[in-house]
Design a protein around this ligand. Structure first.
Ligand code: ADP
Length: 404
């Protein structure tokens, strides 16, 4: 203002100076008002922004809560049982299916120790073992008429999700399939025996013109008979949970297997037997013989004349192993995982030519499973194969001990 006053005087007219001073005062006031307005606007803007961000926060929280509800509703309605367990195995949450299958009650059972609640049954025992392997086909603790399979899915922080799958429908279907196969095989057995009997009665010399046909008919009826017998054996093994457990003396069994191999080979192979005779087995003599004999017969049938076949029985650090090695055709690697499936063959013509039914290794797998043993297959094309049956220490007995 002093500057404006000075400037007015400089122009030499007091009125001009006064006007200038008034103008300067007005300008100053306007600037102040503008500053105050700007400050007010900034403050308002901040309040609006804060309100907006609060609204955003609230709507995000609401959205998240809605998503959580939707997830819970979805998990709650799943046909499979789902239980969320904390790091100590205590129940944090479970869905409706888990209530039915495990017998849990909502909300009473939140926080209970699930393994303790399920007690000594198979599910409780499995939960206590902390095993990563799933538990298959056991009665549901909450509904004994239902069959379930269980799996544990580990989560972050030591928690885990327990999945309980109701497989009752599948089990029923599987039972129907088994019964059907067993019944068909049973029904076929009698007519086949009759046909086979009549074919045996016919002498090729009596009908020389039909001699080759007769020979083929005999071979095929024998094959059909063998398929029926193998199917019946499989049905019997599938329906058993346990086999008779006896002391199986390995020395005579190995000698029989060797004789069988020699009879089948008819001198075409070099057959050896290696055993320290330092271990016997606990199990079913008839079924173990059938499994081992299948492996020996395969070795002979899939090894060209002049090849070698070795039957070995030896103790291992984990138990004992029965193995049959051959120097035969070998098996391409991609077929190995499927060999124990029913009727799975690497070469159908070779299997049929040698009288195979396609069921031998399936029988071996079942017999071994019932003896808590596993089948190990190693093979190289053109060099040969080794089929080994690995038994755990619990199955190995001292020779002669407790023998009947
Ligand atoms: P099969 O009656 O056809 O021999 P298996 O179940 O005993 O049926 O064997 C399944 C298939 O596995 C056979 O068809 C054959 O292709 C293969 N296989 C089994 N053992 C041997 C072996 N020692 N060497 C080569 N191939 C084998």
């Amino acid at each position: 203002m002093a500057a404006a006053w000075g400037a007015g005087r400089a122009y030499g007219h007091p009125a001009a100076a006064l006007a200038l001073a008034a103008l300067a005062a007005l300008a100053w006031t306007l600037r102040r008002l503008a500053r105050e307005e700007a400050a007010r606007m900034t403050a308002n803007a901040r309040v609006v922004a804060e309100q907006q961000s609060e609204r955003t926060r609230l709507s995000r929280a609401r959205r998240l809560a809605a998503q959580m509800r939707a997830l819970r509703n979805a998990a709650g309605a799943l046909p499979d049982g789902v239980v969320l367990l904390d790091r100590d195995g205590r129940v944090r949450w479970f869905n409706h299916a888990a209530e039915r299958l495990l017998g849990l009650v909502h909300p009473r059972d939140r926080g209970i120790d699930l393994a303790e609640r399920l007690g000594a049954g198979p599910v409780g025992a499995w939960l206590r073992q902390h095993r990563e392997l799933p538990l298959n086909e056991v009665p549901a603790p909450g509904d004994p008429a239902a069959q379930v399979s269980l799996a544990r899915i580990p989560l972050a922080g030591g928690e885990c999700l327990l999945m309980v799958r109701d497989i009752s429908a599948l089990t029923r279907l599987e039972q129907i399939r088994r019964d059907f196969v067993a019944n068909v095989s049973h029904e076929l057995r009698t007519p086949l025996t009759v046909i086979h009997g009549y074919l045996e009665l016919l002498e090729p010399e009596d009908v020389p013109a039909l001699a080759p046909v007769l020979a083929e008919m005999r071979t095929q009826s024998k094959r059909m008979g063998q398929i029926v017998e193998d199917l019946l054996t499989l049905s019997r093994l599938e329906t058993r949970e346990r086999l008779p457990e006896e002391h199986v003396a390995m020395a005579p069994l190995l000698a029989t297997l060797r004789k069988e191999a020699e009879a089948l080979s008819q001198g075409r192979h070099q057959i050896s037997l290696e055993s320290a005779n330092d271990a016997d087995l606990l199990g079913s003599p008839r079924d173990l013989h059938s499994a081992f004999s299948n492996l020996v017969s395969n070795a002979v049938r899939y090894t060209p004349a002049g090849g070698r076949i070795a039957i070995r029985w030896s103790r291992t650090p984990d138990g004992a192993t029965f193995a049959v090695s051959d120097s035969g055709y070998g098996i391409p690697a991609q077929h190995i995982p499927r060999l124990t499936e029913r009727f799975y063959r690497v070469s159908s013509s070779r299997s049929r030519e040698t009288g195979g039914t396609g069921l031998g290794l399936s029988i071996v797998k079942h017999v071994l499973a019932l003896h808590d043993a596993r089948l190990e297959i190693a093979s190289e094309i053109g060099k040969g194969s080794t089929f080994a049956c690995a038994f755990g220490a619990a199955r190995v007995l001292e020779p002669g001990a407790d023998e009947d």
